[in-house]
Design a protein. Structure first.
Length: 191
């Protein structure tokens, strides 16, 4: 009987903030199914990273098994200096490094996802939106968080987007706890 030891990795090793001058946040595109391995390698080398994860559950032979999978398959976010970049490249798990030009925007995107993950609300993967209404949550567990909605008809489905990856995750919120903060136009439909 084959048994597999579950790989348990902390989502965040370090802090979600703009690093010192000699380091930068970098997005690493990994080999398939190597996100947790590269995170473990980074932690052993004291390299800060953020690997957002989704909890999933499946039933195997009448047993419920809860696992965690990377929220953005194939990607991990790391704070790297030139020397640490070489260390990660040597690991054999990295395919390429994506340079982050706007560090503040990436930190804001990742902070929203980290905040939602810490509140233990259901998060699902969804499509990234190039256009949408910017909203703020005014009540509940996610109070104060901002996101994007597709339109007025789907106001309860708030997307937390990572623009550099063009990927997003979604949380559902009661529509009464949402305030639109971006510009929008009201379309009147004739009956």
């Amino acid at each position: 009987m084959a048994t597999h030891k579950p790989v348990i990795i902390n989502e965040l090793f370090g802090e979600l903030k703009i690093p010192a001058e000699d380091k930068r946040w970098t997005v690493i595109y990994t080999k398939p199914r190597c996100e947790k391995r590269i995170a473990d390698y980074a932690a052993k080398n004291l390299i800060h990273y953020y690997l957002p994860q989704l909890k999933t559950s499946r039933v195997y032979q009448r047993r419920k098994v809860v696992t965690t999978l990377p929220m953005f398959p194939g990607y991990i976010f790391m704070v790297l200096s030139a020397r640490e970049k070489e260390t990660i490249a040597i690991s054999g798990y990295a395919v390429s490094f994506i340079r982050v030009t706007n560090q503040r925007e990436l930190i804001d995107d990742l902070s929203r996802i980290c905040f939602a993950s810490s509140r233990d609300v259901p998060i699902v993967q969804t499509l990234w939106l190039s256009k949408g209404l910017e909203v703020e949550i005014t009540g509940g567990a996610l109070k104060g968080m901002r996101g994007v909605v597709e339109g007025h008809d789907k106001i309860s489905e708030i997307r937390l987007q990572v623009d550099i990856l063009r990927q997003a995750v979604m949380v559902k919120v009661d529509p009464k706890d949402i305030k639109i903060i971006g510009k929008y136009e009201v379309e009147e439909v004739e009956a």
